[in-house]
Design a protein around this ligand. Structure first.
Ligand SMILES: [Zn+2]
Length: 316
């Protein structure tokens, strides 16, 4: 069975050795990773400061792309989509184009060396200005099909409702660039509806539609991919605990649920570990896991020939 991870942030997934290497000092795991039983969004978000320091030069961005591919190789992945916010790597004078080119170069080296296909998703940020986001997305559009596979919107969902970004993503749609949107993670189900109405093909997390038959029907009808990230969803308090984690509910309602890591290093996880976690805590069977991997192939932003190759790996 092929393994896919569609929702994974580059900054939250830089390896421990990468960070130590770039900073040139010993870094404790506590500096990089939340406690395994973290249930605190603020603590979770605070861990991103250090990785950001490490990806402010072209050289280190290239190294970060390569380092990421090395990590997912160790996790046994066949296909991965990695996302990051190019503007957040422009703090020391880099321009967006250089940032994107550098990451793509590192990933390309990793793809060749490790035999894994990777697509890059560029994240607009809720706290960035519309102009910043639009400029970044227009530049990224030039790389669509050349390493970049889609766009996303990330950042503080509770403070910035989805409707504020309607025009921005209508423009992305006009550019003919596919996108997924973080919605219904630490915000409400209305953000999911808005995101779909904007044209999102996938939803990041989506846990807030638990119990909302109307929103689930909408997702099912439009074949929207749902990118669930169990460990992260608990750590950030998107859900209180596994007894109310809606993965089984979403699957039973015919949604195209996928299983993902979100932030490998900060959450201290891997796809293998997420699979074990949902087996243990959500009663997922081999069949359920295979179904989620098939869903991931269907909703991935991969070209058709890559999807075809991945489907063949299921051995049917
Ligand atoms: Zn995310």
């Amino acid at each position: 069975m092929p393994r896919l991870d569609l929702h994974c942030h580059l900054d939250g997934s830089l390896s421990h050795s990468f960070v130590e290497d770039v900073l040139g000092r010993k870094v404790s795991m506590e500096e990089l990773q939340v406690e395994p039983d973290c249930r605190n969004l603020a603590e979770y978000l605070a861990k991103f400061a250090l990785p950001f320091e490490c990806i402010q030069s072209a050289e280190y961005l290239k190294y970060a792309g390569y380092d990421f591919m090395k990590s997912v190789k160790e996790d046994g992945l066949d296909y991965v989509e990695v996302r990051f916010a190019p503007v957040s790597s422009c703090m020391e004078g880099l321009d967006v184009r250089t940032v994107i080119e550098s990451v793509l170069e590192g990933i390309r080296c990793g793809e060749e060396e490790f035999g894994i296909t990777c697509g890059v998703i560029v994240c607009a940020m809720r706290n960035h200005s519309e102009e910043q986001n639009l400029d970044m997305l227009r530049t990224a559009r030039e790389f669509l099909g050349e390493g970049v596979c889609a766009a996303d919107l990330a950042g503080d969902e509770a403070s910035y409702p989805m409707r504020q970004f309607r025009e921005l993503f209508q423009e992305v749609k006009r550019m003919d660039m596919p996108f997924t949107l973080h919605a219904g993670e630490c915000g409400n189900a209305e953000n999911i509806v808005e995101a779909i109405e904007c044209g999102a093909r996938r939803i990041g997390h989506g846990v807030a539609m638990s119990g909302r038959a109307d929103v689930m029907n909408l997702c099912r009808g439009r074949r929207i991919g749902i990118e669930m990230c169990p460990t992260s969803n608990l750590q950030t308090r998107a859900v209180a605990d596994f007894s109310v984690y809606p993965m089984r509910e979403f699957l039973d309602n015919g949604l195209l649920v996928t299983i993902n890591t979100d932030n490998r290093t900060i959450s201290g996880t891997s796809l293998e570990q997420e699979i074990q976690t949902v087996r243990e805590h959500c009663g997922m069977t081999d069949e359920d896991i295979a179904r989620m991997m098939k869903n991931a192939v269907e909703v991935s932003f991969a070209p058709d020939e890559v999807k075809q190759r991945l489907l063949e790996q299921f051995g049917e």
